[in-house]
Ligand binder design. Structure first.
Ligand SMILES: Nc1ncnc2c1ncn2CCOCCNC(=O)c1cc(-c2ccc(F)cc2)cc(O)c1O
Ligand SMILES: [Mg+2]
Length: 214
């Protein structure tokens, strides 16, 4: 049967990227998406903003919601200090399989744990299953209508501390209007919008960075 887009992306990485070199994996995926097939990776423009926020926060604990093929996972992991606890959640088992292989090709498999499941089920398990007290940095890139319920879940589960940074992809396209309204109007967050474009297109999109104030 016909391969899937993530499988074709994996083949492109295995063919064009140098094993153990995260930068070459990132470039190979961006090249594939620009010249072969568009895919919903955060991409290079928004990816550079992601890089700068991760570098600024220098987190000890990281959570990513929505691994997909592992592109942003590799972007984040390559910037983390040794010993950082990094967990990424992916709902689709076929994507988990592809992501693990792309992450392994980049050589950062020891820096991150890929967990299969939905955010609503897994977030309440973070403390008991992974020994997390709070997350320093959270990247939201999963179902856009889960952003708001999940940020409330983080609060309820005591997974945020004063200064925790949440960075949300696609707040314009596909959009997360209820999430934006919440973080921009809540006294418990300091929010800032980073304008950019939908990955590999000229369509307007951007990232919202929200700092939990405690
Ligand atoms: N652990 C978890 N818990 C819950 N749900 C989970 C999960 N893990 C995965 N999922 C399921 C959702 O995963 C994918 C979410 N991402 C997107 O849908 C997305 C879509 C576009 C896009 C598409 C078409 C256009 F025309 C324009 C834009 C662009 C993006 O940058 C996107 O990120
Ligand atoms: Mg996205």
């Amino acid at each position: 049967t016909r391969s899937t887009r993530p499988q074709r992306m994996l083949k492109a990485v295995q063919k064009n990227a140098t094993k153990g070199n995260p930068e070459s994996v990132i470039s190979a995926i961006d090249y594939f998406c620009k010249h072969s097939e568009w895919a919903m990776n955060v991409g290079d423009e928004k990816g550079s903003i992601l890089d700068s926020v991760v570098t600024e926060v220098n987190p000890s604990t990281v959570l990513e919601l929505g691994t997909y093929c592992g592109y942003s996972t590799v972007r984040i992991a390559r910037l983390l200090s040794p010993g950082t606890k990094f967990i990424t959640l992916e709902f689709n088992p076929a994507n988990v399989t592809v992501a693990r292989q792309i992450i392994a090709h980049a050589g950062i498999q020891d820096k991150v744990t890929v967990v299969e499941g939905s955010s609503g089920d897994l977030i309440p398990q973070m403390k008991e299953r992974f020994g997390i007290t709070t997350f320093d940095f959270i990247f939201l890139d999963h179902w856009k209508d889960r952003y708001l319920p999940d940020i409330k879940l983080f609060e309820e589960c005591g997974l945020l501390r004063k200064g925790s940074v949440l960075l949300a992809d696609n707040v314009i396209c596909p959009g997360a209007p209820e999430y934006l309204e919440y973080v921009r109007n809540s006294p418990r967050y300091e929010s800032r919008y980073y304008p950019a474009h939908l990955e590999y297109t000229k369509v307007e999109d951007g990232l919202e960075k929200s700092v939990f104030l405690g």
